[in-house]
Design a binder for this molecule. Structure first.
Ligand SMILES: NC(=O)c1ccc[n+]([C@@H]2O[C@H](COP(=O)([O-])OP(=O)(O)OC[C@H]3O[C@@H](n4cnc5c(N)ncnc54)[C@H](OP(=O)(O)O)[C@@H]3O)[C@@H](O)[C@H]2O)c1
Length: 304
C-alpha cells in the first residue's frame, strides 16, 4: 500500500477505512471487515461520535475487546461537533464527546481528533483550551478538522497549541470543487468560482493532509456514481482504464484521487470485504497525466 504522512508527522496508508456504515454490521462482520482492511495495508479507521448514533464506535470497540493486541496495529481517528440539528464546538461538548467515544471504543487514546464541521459560533480560544486539556490528559495525540476552509483553519491555528494535521473534505471524480477554480483562473463561469477559499493550496502549504471522504458518492452521499446512468461518459472512461490496468472501476476512481500530488488519504466507506480488496488495488495503479485529465473531462468538467 502506498503511504502518506499525515501533516508530515504521522505515516499512514493512502487508503483508510471510514466506519460511518459499520453501525449496521454484526460483530463478526465488523471483525472480518477490520481484519481485511489490516491485511490490505489499511491502518487508519475513521470514526465520528454520531455514526450510527454511537453504534459504529461500539461495535468497533467490541471487536477490539475480542482481539487483544489489535488496537496497537492501527490509528483510530474520531470526530465530534455535529449534534442533532446543530453544530457544537464548545469545549464542554468536545470534552464530553471524546470521553464518550473513548468509552464506546474501549480505548484510552484517540490517535487523531477532528472537528467534524465548522460551527458558525466557534470560539477558537475555547477550542484551544479543550484540545490542550485532551492532549495533556493523554486522550488525544493529534488534532485536525473536517470541512473547514483556509480562513477557518487560520483562525483556529492562531489559538491552538498543537498542529492541525488533517482536513477531511469531500473530494472525488464527481466532486472536484477543490481543484476546479485552480484550472480556471480569471474566468467568469462556474468552474472559475472558488467555493473553498483556496483550501487545497493552503493545506499543501501548511502541510495539512487532505482526507477525501465519500470517493464514490455524488451529491451529499446521494448514491454511487459508478455504474450509474447519470454518469455514462465517466463510467465508460473509468471502465476503459480499469480494463487496461486490470483493476476494478472502484480502484480507478480511488487511483484518480491518490494521483493528485497533494498526497491525499482516501477514506472509503465500503462494508464489503471483496470490494475493499478490489479498491485497495488502486494503490498499485499509476495514471498518466493524460489519463488523469481524461477522467476529469469525462466527468463533465471543462478545461479552458
Ligand atoms: N467528514 C465528513 O463530513 C464525512 C462525511 C461523509 C463521510 N465521511 C467519512 O468518509 C467515509 C466514506 O464515506 P462513504 O461511505 O459515503 O463513501 P464511499 O466509499 O463513497 O461509499 C461507500 C458506499 O457506497 C457503496 N457502493 C456501492 N457500489 C460501490 C462501488 N462500486 N464501489 C464502492 N462503493 C460502492 C458501498 O456499499 P458496500 O458497503 O455494499 O460496498 C457503501 O455503502 C465514511 O465512512 C466516513 O468515515 C466523512
Amino acid at each position: 500500500m502506498q503511504q502518506v504522512v499525515l501533516g508530515n508527522e504521522v505515516p499512514s496508508a493512502s487508503i483508510a477505512l471510514g466506519c460511518m456504515r459499520m453501525a449496521g454490521l454484526e460483530l463478526q462482520q465488523a471483525e472480518r471487515m477490520i481484519h481485511t482492511a489490516l491485511e490490505e495495508g489499511i491502518d487508519l479507521f475513521d470514526h465520528a461520535d454520531i455514526y450510527g448514533g454511537g453504534r459504529s464506535e461500539s461495535v468497533f470497540g467490541e471487536v477490539l475487546k475480542q482481539n487483544p493486541g489489535l488496537r496497537d496495529k492501527m490509528l483510530i481517528q474520531g470526530k465530534c461537533g455535529i449534534r442533532k440539528g446543530f453544530y457544537d464546538a464548545s469545549a464542554e461538548h468536545i470534552l464530553a464527546s471524546v470521553d464518550q467515544s473513548l468509552q464506546r471504543l474501549g480505548v484510552e487514546t484517540l490517535d487523531i481528533l477532528l472537528l467534524h464541521r465548522p460551527d458558525a459560533l466557534f470560539e477558537p480560544e475555547e477550542i484551544a483550551e479543550a484540545f490542550r486539556t485532551l492532549h495533556q490528559a493523554g486522550k488525544v495525540r493529534y488534532f485536525g478538522v473536517s470541512n473547514f476552509n483556509s480562513g477557518q483553519i487560520q483562525l483556529l491555528k492562531k489559538f491552538v497549541d498543537q498542529r492541525l494535521i488533517v482536513n477531511q473534505l469531500q473530494f472525488s471524480l464527481v466532486h472536484t470543487a477543490l481543484i476546479d477554480s485552480g484550472m480556471n483562473v480569471n474566468i467568469r463561469y462556474d468552474h472559475g468560482r472558488d467555493y473553498t477559499g483556496h483550501t487545497l493550496e493552503y493545506c499543501r502549504l501548511q502541510e495539512i493532509t487532505i482526507q477525501a471522504w465519500s470517493p464514490f458518492q455524488y451529491g451529499m452521499i446521494e448514491g454511487v456514481f459508478l455504474e450509474n446512468p447519470k454518469y455514462e461518459k465517466l463510467n465508460r472512461q473509468i471502465r476503459l482504464l480499469a480494463e487496461q490496468k486490470g483493476v476494478s472501476d472502484s480502484a480507478v476512481a480511488v487511483a484518480w484521487i491518490i494521483r493528485h500530488p497533494a498526497r491525499m488519504q482516501t477514506i472509503v466507506g465500503t462494508m464489503n470485504e471483496e470490494r475493499l480488496r478490489s479498491i485497495c488495488a488502486a494503490a498499485k495503479v499509476s495514471l498518466t497525466r493524460q489519463e488523469w485529465y481524461s477522467l476529469y473531462l469525462a466527468a463533465g468538467n471543462p478545461l479552458p
